[in-house]
Design a protein around this ligand. Structure first.
Ligand code: IVH
Length: 680
């Protein structure tokens, strides 16, 4: 082994060790900076020596190709589900049934029932070979690239593991990441996920592994399958899985009586409220593998395990009124005000009614008694009405027709669930929402302004849109007053903008003029244009003129831009008010052109040609794409009449080839491409 190879192996081991300490054991052993140094060095060496790059390298967690369609495969062992129960009596029945079927003493293992998405992982010689979703239990989708982005899933194992085995578990999204994700979704006007389970499942189905990596998914692995498991019991299997580097159930207890099991259930029915992720019950398993085999399975589920599901906590309380909130993107959300009531450890006063359809289906009447439930979701929801307690003279509550903030007639957009206020530029919460998004950290990062100060500026009619921020002056700001209301006693206090505050605000605004084009684009708040899409648009079009003149067809050529996003961009630039704001921002010297650095064209040999790069190459695909740009070409994601040529690598999808052949678009190899840029 030469010294480069040795160094690469050393770096891989170091990085894997630190990843394991941080993501599996939750015990960080290195600073972010030092970790990044190691990773950068590894990336650098692997780029220089591509033949030394292996699939289990920590650099391979992100970087897989955008997946248009997931391959379907059969599971080695079918993925069964579990029998369910909600009652202690049925659990006692389960215990009796087991004891009647096995002659020796039985020991049970209790684990939390993680509320996520089931996953099957295959490991061969200590390397992750394949990750497959449950699917219909017999066949599932191959999602290896996406699963590799989850840092708590080992790509390479430690210790004395079997040479070939399957491990199953659950992919979960912790509450913190779920809240963050939904906030980001709302920021760009997308419908938030209803609960962490849906968010986890949606994330695994994303086509771009780089996007999955940002979601912050986690996992717990709890089932070992194969011929040589090196374990006799479920408890040992979990211990072994942990020692091989897997993240396993943190709570696991053995009981020799069903009473012990019932106590465990009771305890976690309350304690679950404190966990940083969702569970929806407890799984009870017979500990001994020999007894599990003896008990076997029915067509649907094993006889040796059962899931005790927690009942969603529910209370009945009177409805006081319905309010309507208008969000940044104009979505109108009905919210129920309730007589305060205790539910799962918290006092509930309000519950979301989601949208017009949900509210209609509940058929709410004035002063109805409603059932409020807290299940998998964090926000309580109204699940029904106690009709027997309805006043016969009560009238039905109708969803509003006019915006409660600005009086505009509300609309329902085709293909979207929500009801909207169309008055984008003049409806107060939409104006304030746009301003708040504009100044936020990932956009223009004007941290000397915040929600409160924006409110003051708006109240004083100093800002109506984002361009107005750049017309603010010392004279306009000094002495402005802000009222603070004490939440507990309702008393009011006034504070006024002093010299230092005003200087800070003006400095912050001034510094925002250096923010790069892609972030300015994100800051504009075009619906569905998130951070990543803004980057891709900025790279592709280089400046605002090219972007605003782009046709729908040109827009959908950009990676990540689908029809919905393209339509939204077209609509944005069709509105004269938006164009006027952009002109004013340009006059204020904001950056509407990509950096010199991001252009960095070595030679314009490819002359703006649209090129599709697809498949696996001797160098990482992103590097090849960078070369396309450096030689003056444009990367596009799908083949169309406008595509000049297709650079085909190994394992390219057959659909792409067919389409290129049909449109007579030249298909060239990686080597052809190198020859082409050298000859030029
Ligand atoms: S063991 C034969 N253990 O619950 C299935 N499952 O309703 C054996 N789940 O499909 C599964 N936490 O997706 C097991 N600690 C745990 C679990 C768990 C969550 C999920 C799993 C399973 C479903 C059954």
């Amino acid at each position: 082994m030469n010294s480069v190879e040795q160094r690469i192996n050393f770096l891989k081991e170091e990085i894997n060790k630190h990843n394991h300490n941080y993501y599996v054991l939750d015990l960080p052993t290195i600073s972010d900076f030092d970790f990044d140094q190691l990773l950068q060095e590894l990336i650098h060496l692997e780029t220089q020596y591509p033949h030394l790059q292996t699939p289990d390298s920590p650099t391979q967690r992100v970087g897989g190709e955008v997946i248009k369609q997931f391959e379907t495969v059969s599971h080695i062992f079918p993925m069964l589900s579990l029998g369910n129960t909600y009652s202690n009596e049925e659990l006692i029945e389960f215990d009796k049934r087991i004891k009647g079927l096995v002659s020796q003493d039985v020991e049970y293992v209790c684990e939390l029932k993680y509320d996520g998405v089931a996953i099957s992982l295959i490991y061969e010689n200590g390397q992750l070979l394949r990750a497959v979703t449950r699917g219909d239990g017999v066949q599932g989708d191959v999602v290896t690239q996406n699963i590799k982005t989850i840092k708590s899933i080992p790509l390479k194992l430690m210790g004395d593991y079997p040479s070939f085995f399957e491990v199953r578990g659950e992919v979960i999204l912790p509450h913190k990441k779920f809240d963050q994700l939904n906030l980001e979704k709302e920021e760009i006007g997308e419908q938030p996920f209803a609960n962490p389970r849906n968010a986890a499942s949606g994330s695994l189905k994303l086509q771009d592994p780089a996007e999955v990596a940002k979601r912050g998914l986690d996992c717990r692995l709890y089932l070992l399958l194969g011929d040589d498991l090196k374990s006799e019991t479920q408890y040992d299997a979990i211990r072994n899985l942990t020692s091989w580097g897997f993240k396993t159930p943190e709570i696991i207890e053995k009981y020799s009586t069903i009473t012990g099991v019932l106590q465990f259930i009771e305890k976690w029915n309350t304690e679950r409220e404190k966990l940083p992720f969702d569970i929806d019950g407890i799984v009870i398993k017979v500990n001994s593998f020999a007894q599990q085999t003896q008990l076997g399975a029915t067509a649907k589920s094993p006889r040796w395990a059962i899931a005790y599901k927690f009942k969603a906590k529910r209370v009945l309380t009177p409805l006081i009124s319905v309010d309507y909130q208008v969000g940044r993107t104009g979505v109108v959300t009905p919210v129920a005000n309730l007589k305060p009531v205790k539910l799962a450890g918290t006092i509930v006063k309000r519950a979301s009614l989601h949208n017009r359809d949900v509210m209609e289906n509940l058929d709410l009447h004035e002063h109805d008694f409603v059932y409020v439930e807290k299940g998998g979701e964090i926000i309580p929801k109204i699940v029904g009405v106690e009709v027997s307690q309805r006043d016969i003279f009560a009238s039905k509550i109708q969803f509003i027709e006019l915006c409660p903030e600005c009086g505009s007639t509300l609309i329902n957009k085709e293909g979207e669930a929500g009801t909207f206020c169309p008055n984008e530029s003049h409806c107060p919460p939409q104006i304030k929402g746009k301003l708040e998004h504009f100044i936020s950290r990932k956009a223009m990062n004007i941290d000397s302004l915040g929600e409160g100060k924006i409110d003051v500026l708006f109240q004083n009619q100093l800002v109506d849109n984002v361009a107005d921020l750049y017309d603010l002056s010392y004279e306009k700001l000094i002495g402005l007053e802000k009222k603070l209301i004490n939440e507990t006693d309702g008393s009011e206090k006034t504070i006024s903008f002093q010299d230092k505050t005003v200087q800070n605000i003006l400095n912050g605004i001034d510094q925002s003029k250096n923010i790069p084009f892609d972030r300015v684009l994100f800051a504009l708040g075009i619906r569905f244009v998130g951070e990543t899409t803004a980057k891709k648009l900025a790279n592709h079009f280089q400046n605002i003129n090219n972007l605003s003149n782009a046709t729908f067809e040109e827009l959908i050529q950009v990676e990540d831009v689908g029809e919905k996003v393209a339509q939204s961009i077209c609509n944005y630039f069709l509105q004269p008010e938006n164009l006027e704001i952009i002109v004013r921002l340009q006059n204020a010297h904001l950056r509407f052109e990509a950096d010199e650095q991001s252009k960095k064209v070595i030679a314009d040999l490819l002359n703006g040609a649209s090129i599709v790069v697809s498949g696996v190459f001797s160098i990482p695909r992103d590097q090849l794409k960078t070369m396309v740009e450096q030689y003056g070409g444009k990367n596009v994601s799908s083949i169309s009449k406008q595509t000049q040529f297709l650079i085909a690598g190994d394992n390219m999808g057959p659909e792409k080839r067919k389409k290129a052949e049909k449109l007579s678009i030249p298909i060239i190899s990686e080597q052809d491409f190198y020859n082409m840029i050298q000859q030029g």
